[in-house]
Design a protein around this ligand. Structure first.
Ligand code: ADP
Ligand code: MG
Length: 344
């Protein structure tokens, strides 16, 4: 750990921006002009431009007690890229705006930017601007992400069809279980500081919360195998609420099979340790940043070639509602809080 503490005020706003942005190397031909002028210039050369933005507030969206700043920088970029991938777009640029309280030193914000640049490099996006201001209380982060796609190739939430297969990428519930662990450790620490945390065998779920990845490979797989989902969105709030959004906006119903919901073994084990139902964690936990999408049945043969994709159900007439079929063979309505039977 770097123990020095340099006050941001000693650099001034321009000095800080200069310091944070001095090593930027542009990666995309579409970035015509980046940091340093009144605005950036982008040319997507006939492609369509996709834009999304997110606001993250300390104490609401993250807790600095257990969130390393480098991970926070990484995650604040990734959650925005996830929204672009959910449109079937390829991310190209981001802007990063920050509100800094005087609790945050230069060293701390440098660490945050290390995470930002790690995500930019991993996903091939350019940081092309932002804004810097002071905040009375708490750290505030606003990221805007810009991407491109072939005209008309975007995938909306509202176009799923009856008979389509309902699919998810990756696995679900892990980030929520990471949160459960870290909240427990925080409580223990506040009650008896000095007690060492027991985080053994829990790296996977903690990593899912603190350093999520966006579904880049899934989008690349669609492109290379000629799949265009009929509808798509990212899973930031838990599977059940996202399935309900997709069904409502597409005016269809669905059947979701409990046994098909992908849950990592480590997540399952942590759930059992905390006496939680793994399925309930996948349905109601948030922040997994996987993709939820539908494809025509004809694409099934192509889909199964990808081990990272699970077919979890299918779409029905709207009159049939949104149902989950349990391992025991019972059918329940899907509710936004998950599946009621789990909450008893
Ligand atoms: P303005 O006064 O027009 O808001 P600024 O002085 O805030 O301009 O910004 C100067 C340049 O630095 C601009 O290109 C802006 O986009 C960029 N910039 C400002 N803050 C950040 C930041 N936190 N991260 C990255 N770029 C930034
Ligand atoms: Mg400014």
């Amino acid at each position: 750990m770097n123990e020095t503490r340099t006050e941001i005020a000693s650099l001034g706003e321009f000095g800080l921006i200069d310091h944070l942005c001095k090593n930027i190397e542009i990666q995309n031909a579409s970035t015509v002009l980046g940091v340093g002028d009144d605005a950036a210039v982008i040319d997507h050369f006939g492609k369509q431009t996709v834009v999304t933005t997110d606001l993250l507030i300390e104490g609401i969206h993250f807790d600095l007690m257990y969130t390393p700043l480098k991970h926070l920088g990484y995650k604040s970029v990734v959650v925005n890229l996830s929204d672009l991938y959910a449109m079937n777009a390829i991310p190209t640029q981001i802007t990063m705006s920050i509100g800094l309280s005087n609790r945050i030193s230069l060293e701390a914000i440098e660490e945050f930017y290390e995470g930002v640049y790690a995500a930019c490099n991993k996903y091939g996006v350019d940081l092309i601007g932002g804004d810097t201001a002071s905040s009375q209380k708490g750290f505030i982060i606003s990221v805007t992400a810009i991407g491109e796609l072939t005209p008309g190739n975007f995938v909306k939430r509202s176009t799923a069809q009856k008979g389509d297969l309902l699919c998810v990428s990756g696995d679900l519930g892990g980030a929520y279980l990471g949160l459960v662990i870290l909240e427990r450790e925080k409580k223990i620490f506040l009650e008896s500081p000095g007690v060492q945390p027991d985080l053994e065998n829990q790296q996977y779920v903690i990593g899912r919360l603190l350093k999520p990845e966006a579904a880049k490979e899934t989008i690349e797989f669609f492109a290379s195998s000629g799949i265009k989902p009929t509808a798509m969105m990212d899973i930031s709030d838990g599977l059940s609420s996202e399935v309900l959004h997709l069904c409502k906006q597409s005016n269809v119903g669905c059947v979701l099979y409990e046994e098909k919901i992908p849950i990592h073994n480590d997540a399952r084990n942590v759930a059992f340790k905390f006496e939680l139902d793994p399925t309930a964690c996948a349905l109601s936990g948030g922040e997994d940043y996987e993709l939820l999408f539908t494809v025509p049945q004809a694409d099934y043969d192509k889909l199964v070639l990808n081990e990272n994709i699970s077919v979890v159900g299918y779409m029905t007439e709207p009159e049939k509602g949104c149902k989950i079929l349990t391992k025991g063979g019972n059918s329940f309505d899907i509710t936004a809080q998950g599946w009621n039977a789990f909450q008893q």
